[in-house]
Design a protein around this ligand. Structure first.
Ligand SMILES: *[C@@H]1O[C@H](CO)[C@@H](O)[C@H](O)[C@H]1NC(C)=O
Ligand SMILES: *[C@@H]1O[C@H](CO)[C@@H](O)[C@H](O)[C@H]1NC(C)=O
Ligand SMILES: *[C@@H]1O[C@H](CO)[C@@H](O)[C@H](O)[C@H]1NC(C)=O
Ligand SMILES: *[C@@H]1O[C@H](CO)[C@@H](O)[C@H](O)[C@H]1NC(C)=O
Ligand SMILES: *[C@@H]1O[C@H](CO)[C@@H](O)[C@H](O)[C@H]1NC(C)=O
Ligand SMILES: *[C@@H]1O[C@H](CO)[C@@H](O)[C@H](O)[C@H]1NC(C)=O
Ligand SMILES: CC(=O)N[C@H]1CO[C@H](CO)[C@@H](O)[C@@H]1O
Length: 780
């Protein structure tokens, strides 16, 4: 094996485990991985690895007397944009550290999950190709850092044909591994990093100073073995690939938002998940490497949301924002229940998922000639002319099995001899058993095919591989069951999937998309925006897994996936388009431009709807569906500064000392720092978590910056629900060369308003630009 180049050697050292002796007085003496967050790195790049390591060791050795000798291993050091480290600590060491004056927070290293399609597969269609094709900027140098499962560099989506030289400002690297060469990076894929997963090596050097180091072998590679990172990266910034399809489905040209965007891949996740300490390291590296945008389709859990100072994505994103890097993150797939949206820190651009106007349909043809359209992706080889016996799973129950389990096709509930060679009808009325499991149960019983009657995730076609499958709604299901009970010898067949375009209405909110309000504060509206996340075609690793590849075909290099994981990189790509044209814009200006110009009507010209055909509200869609081309000329933008975010932390009740430490300099909280003042932060939407019907009006202030023609006059118009009185002062703004930034007030009075959330919008217009801000006001 060739000698590793110095850069790699340095990385190996950097990632290596450091051992030293420290006593343990813990009741639970078994060390666990913890993250220790120490605030801003005011030194920036001047601090190097060795200095960081030394100071972290000093901090650790200061916390406790060393009587019993126990080794403590340091895993990762953060020192570019922020300070801190991860280490194996006992509970008592962690608690002792959390009281240290240099430390802001100490928390167990969390395991985060990819925001793809939970455990089962939704399948996805390509996204608004027509919009993307108009924007092509060959000499653009926007760099998108994708923190995910790595990259499959051979994909045509990462071809650098026609892309300019790597920007001179790029400081990143292309790490090598046995299956990943420097030459796997190019002018499109300009960087690839991976991280050591925490390992438990045992040998220490045991020197008297207690600070001996030992290099352990770092295993791993930037190469994606899951497919998720390849999919998200190609959606965000992939090259144009003609004739891409998933075995003929969703055929068309695959491309990222900005074809000339550069991609840097940071592999922080495996199939099992992503460790929070590694995500922090990846964000710290990405900021230093020089990315413009970080795309992160990962989250913790909507059920156990950590506060901003104990959440690795929120911490990393805060410092990214401080350094001018926009962080776009997925809002999660825990919908449709309220309070499920994740990654809700106000400095994160939070994305919900929508369907697009494409669907995948697979028909059921009954023996009596009737045909029903279902939703699925299948590679069925059945034909219309040959029918198979059709049975309702309820009547195929195994001995001693409740009929309800059998009709739901749960594992062990079906008698194989009664279903072999037949088409089986299952229902979805039981809280357990995903589509994937039901399909495996029926397939393993040697059935010929399966019809699932379910409204659950209808519109998110399930990929059943080569097994004939379709999902029909309750109305069609009722008719199929009626046919089974009335016909003497019921028969049916399930045909192969076809792509159906121009579906209406579209977009609609994906039912899995996590919903607001945010759990940590209701005074910022979340999610921010919606983008395509249902059945998205993008690059993957061609995998030859049994039952997924149709007979006679090569494994596909593209696949159809669903989730907010897929919607997030659409917004990252959209942000890259804005950045490519408006190079000097801050991340908050880019976010504002995308938010105030988002679409709130569907392809029928009606307001956006959710998947149960009700009007979609801002807790589902944020301000609406992203519309990158309109965002190039927003007219006015809301600038949110790092100082605004620091004030927001004051309003949330964090101590001035801790906030100063995050800021990297002395910061003074405003006198009146109540939680309700969060509504007043200069955000491109307005949310008021509590407006008392009996109290006085709540007034919020916003400041807009004119980025359009210098002499412009904007007039406000309000669309508010009955009973909620919304007044804007002033309602007319004249922008002049010496008045680019202007403030206005909006007052909300809820005397006559219905209880609960009231939604509406305020739009500034100069006749050419429309600057729409959405509001959500909870009247009590
Ligand atoms: C702020 O820092 C102190 C220690 O300096 C710590 O005790 C406290 O828990 C910190 N607050 C938060 C919200 O992390
Ligand atoms: C794409 O397919 C069309 C017809 O199916 C063919 O004419 C064209 O050459 C193909 N393009 C590429 C780049 O393969
Ligand atoms: C759609 O919106 C309606 C009205 O807000 C709500 O009752 C329903 O649960 C929503 N459906 C989904 C799937 O989110
Ligand atoms: C369909 O393909 C399967 C193998 O995947 C084969 O066993 C079966 O005979 C085929 N059916 C027809 C009707 O061709
Ligand atoms: C804007 O208006 C000012 C007067 O208020 C005028 O002097 C200036 O020429 C105008 N600029 C443009 C670009 O029209
Ligand atoms: C907005 O309201 C604040 C107090 O609530 C006031 O100080 C400020 O002058 C008002 N601004 C405008 C433009 O009316
Ligand atoms: C949508 C799709 O690709 N369907 C496939 C179903 O299976 C048949 C036979 O294998 C293929 O020809 C279809 O392409």
């Amino acid at each position: 094996m060739a000698c590793p180049p110095p850069l790699l050697l340095r990385s190996l050292l950097f990632l290596s485990l450091l051992w030293f002796f420290i006593s343990s007085t813990s009741s639970n003496p078994i060390p666990q991985p913890y993250v220790v967050y120490m605030g801003s790195s005011s030194n920036g790049d001047r601090e190097d690895v060795e200095a960081a390591e030394l100071s972290h060791l000093q901090l650790l050795s200061s916390i406790t007397s060393r009587q019993k000798s126990q080794k403590v291993s340091l895993l990762h050091h953060y020192f570019h944009a922020f300070r801190g480290f991860s280490a194996m600590l006992t509970e008592s060491e962690a608690s002792e550290l959390s009281g240290h004056e240099k430390v802001l927070s100490v928390f167990p290293d969390p395991v985060l999950q990819l925001h793809t399609t939970r455990s089962w597969d939704f399948l996805e269609v390509g996204s608004s190709d027509q919009t993307r094709s108009q924007y092509h900027h060959p000499s653009n140098d926007v760099i998108i850092g994708v923190i995910d499962t790595g990259i499959w560099p051979e994909s045509l989506s990462f071809s650098d044909e026609g892309v300019d030289e790597v920007p001179a400002r790029w400081k990143g690297t292309c790490m090598e591994a046995s299956d990943f060469k420097k030459s796997n990076c190019n002018r499109k894929l300009i960087g690839a990093r991976y991280y050591s997963i925490q390992s438990s090596s045992s040998s220490g050097t045991g020197t008297g100073t207690g600070t001996g180091t030992e290099s352990t072998k770092v295993s791993g590679s930037p190469r994606d073995s899951v497919g998720h990172g390849t999919h998200t990266a190609s959606t965000a910034g992939g090259a144009l690939v003609a004739n891409a399809s998933y075995y003929g489905l969703a055929e068309g040209t695959a491309r990222g938002g900005l074809q000339s965007a550069r991609i840097a891949s940071y592999k922080a996740c495996t199939e099992e998940g992503c460790s929070g300490s590694v995500i922090l390291k990846a964000i710290d590296d990405a900021i230093r490497d020089g990315v413009d945008i970080i795309s992160i389709s990962i989250g913790s859990s909507s059920k156990f949301q950590a506060d901003y100072l104990h959440d690795p994505i929120a911490i990393g994103a805060f410092h990214a924002e401080q350094m001018g890097v926009l962080v776009v993150a997925s809002g999660g797939n825990d919908g449709p229940h309220p309070y499920t949206v994740e990654n809700t820190a106000p400095w994160i651009f939070t994305v919900a998922a929508s369907s697009i106007d494409r669907d995948f349909q697979s028909a059921v043809v009954l023996g009596n000639g009737r045909t029903f359209t279902g939703s699925a992706i299948n590679f069925s080889n059945l034909t219309r002319s040959k029918k198979y016996p059709l049975v309702y799973a309820k009547s195929t129950a195994a001995n001693f099995t409740p009929a309800d389990e059998a009709r739901n096709c749960l594992p062990g509930s079906i008698d194989r001899t009664k279903v072999a060679g037949k088409i089986v009808v299952c229902v979805d009325t039981y809280p357990m058993g995903s589509k994937r499991i039901k399909k495996l149960v029926v397939e393993n019983a040697k059935a010929k095919g399966m019809i699932l009657i379910s409204e659950n995730q209808n519109g998110n076609p399930f990929d059943s591989g080569v097994f004939p499958f379709t999902q029909v709604d309750n109305v069609a299901g009722y008719k199929i069951l009626k046919y089974i009970s009335s016909a003497k010898y019921p028969t049916a067949t399930v045909l192969k999937t076809t792509t159906v375009s121009d579906q209406r209405p579209a977009p609609t909110v994906a039912s899995f998309s996590s919903r607001g309000p945010g759990e940590l504060t209701e005074n910022i509206l979340k999610p921010d925006i919606m983008a395509p996340g249902v059945a998205i075609l993008a690059a993957v690793i061609p995998k030859n897994e049994p039952g997924t590849v149709p007979v006679g075909k090569e494994p596909s290099k593209f696949s159809i996936k669903s989730g907010t994981s897929m919607s997030c990189p659409h917004v990252s790509g959209a942000a890259a388009i804005i950045k490519s044209i408006h190079k000097a814009w801050s991340s908050s200006m880019i976010r504002s431009a995308l938010m105030t110009t988002a679409t709130f009507v569907n392809n029928e010209g009606k307001p956006l709807m959710n998947s149960s055909k009700s009007l979609a509200n801002p807790h589902e869609i944020g301000v609406g569906e992203t519309s990158p081309y309109r965002a190039l000329h927003p007219g006015l933008v809301f600038e949110t500064t790092p100082k605004d975010y620091l004030k927001l932390l004051c309003y949330l009740g964090y101590s001035q000392k801790n906030i100063s430490s995050m800021a990297g300099s002395e910061f003074h909280c405003p006198e009146n720092s109540g939680d309700e003042r969060i509504s007043d932060v200069n955000y491109p939407s307005i949310s008021i978590g509590k407006l008392s019907r009996h109290g006085s009006a709540i007034v919020v202030t916003r400041t807009v910056t004119n980025v359009g023609p210098v002499n412009s006059t904007y007039i406000a118009s309000v669309d508010s629900p009955m009973g909620l009185t919304v007044k804007v002062y002033p309602s007319k703004i004249d922008f002049r060369p010496n008045a680019r930034r202007v403030s206005y007030n909006v007052s909300f009075q809820g005397k006559e308003a219905p209880g609960g959330y009231n939604f509406g919008s305020l739009t500034w217009s100069d006749g050419r630009h429309s600057v729409r801000t959405v509001f959500a006001v909870n009247v009590e």
